[in-house]
Design a protein around this ligand. Structure first.
Ligand code: FUB
Length: 309
């Protein structure tokens, strides 16, 4: 079972078909990949979508891709657009997905307004987190609640972790309240009570794009530290207290956003890179990439280098 996967996984240079960034079969630009393996054994990636040469992360829809070898990908197209939402018309940023009780959920940030770079005080930009649902892992997804989960504080970059007991935890980036988590209701359509402030062991750099996973009973809280370098904490509980463990992928300039998922016994890091590939404006834009991720015997994460093959 594992042999064809190992031979064709293609993240290493010995395989001629291998490519980094991932080859989605078109010139589409994607960022913020969330990787998930559902019951059919395929790898699904839920990403945001950069328009060619777009300004200020004005982004309009989310895509899903799937593969059974991480080399050949199917683009399932836009699975949800801000045009489908009554409460947002922009900022289709980093999504996450979940499967529960026979339904697939897309947890997404979206917003309104604009960012004024010259006079920031004139900015009207606002973002919140929504939930959409579908019977299929590739959508189309429909807004399930017709509004964001909450309006204050401003929030984006949701990441949903469902523990072995079925309890879902929503991690997010929210101005002024980073390092909080919300417990989700059983139907994933609302949060239970207040945000829970997490003890981060005294180290709280600026955080975007959190991603939580569990391995050998240990919880890992990973994030782009200061939006750039990927770093992590560990804990015995999904709510902390967390112990900072350091950086496992250095910054190469530009933001990063990632996910970590096990596939056929191999841990994979999905993230995005800023590269000038067929760019009509001749500047670096974002592309989804993947690398193998390895752990030491004590559970610490080995440093990851970016590869192009
Ligand atoms: O893609 C838009 C934003 O850029 C994401 O939400 C952040 O995590 C950063 O990757």
């Amino acid at each position: 079972l594992f042999l064809p996967f190992i031979l064709s996984i293609g993240l290493h240079s010995e395989n001629a078909a291998a490519k980094n960034p991932l080859d989605f079969g078109s010139n589409i630009r994607t960022a913020d990949p969330s990787g998930h393996v559902w019951n059919d054994g395929r790898m699904y990636l839920y990403t945001s979508h950069d328009q060619e040469c777009q300004p200020d992360f004005y982004m309009k829809n989310w895509h899903a891709f799937s593969s059974n070898n991480l080399v050949d990908w199917t683009d399932h197209g836009p699975i949800l657009s801000v045009d489908d939402l009554s409460w947002s018309d922009n900022f289709a940023w980093a999504p996450d997905a979940a499967y529960k009780n026979g339904k697939y959920y897309l947890i997404f940030p979206a917003g309104t307004g604009y960012k004024d770079r010259v006079e920031p005080e004139k900015s009207t930009k606002w973002m919140g987190i929504g939930v959409a649902v579908s019977d299929s892992p590739t959508g189309p997804f429909k807004d399930a609640i017709g509004k964001p989960l909450w309006t204050e504080p401003y929030a984006n970059d949701p990441s949903l972790f469902i523990d072995d007991d079925g309890q879902a935890y929503l991690y997010f980036h929210a101005q002024g309240t980073d390092y909080h988590v919300a417990e989700m209701s059983d139907d994933l359509l609302s949060i239970k009570g207040d945000f829970i402030e997490m003890d981060m062991g005294g180290y709280e750099p600026k955080m975007e794009g959190p991603w939580v996973f569990k391995r050998n009973g240990l919880y890992y809280f990973t994030m782009p530290e200061n939006n750039r370098s990927l770093s992590y904490y560990t804990s015995e509980s999904p709510k902390g207290p967390w112990t900072y463990k350091g950086i496992f992928m250095q910054s190469e300039g530009g933001n990063n956003h990632h996910s970590i998922v096990e596939y056929h016994g191999q841990w994979i890091l999905f993230y995005h890179r800023w590269l000038d590939i067929n760019s009509t404006c001749h500047r670096k834009q974002r592309h989804t990439a993947a690398e193998y991720l390895y752990f030491n015997d004590d559970g610490t994460i080995q440093p990851v280098e970016r590869t192009l093959e």
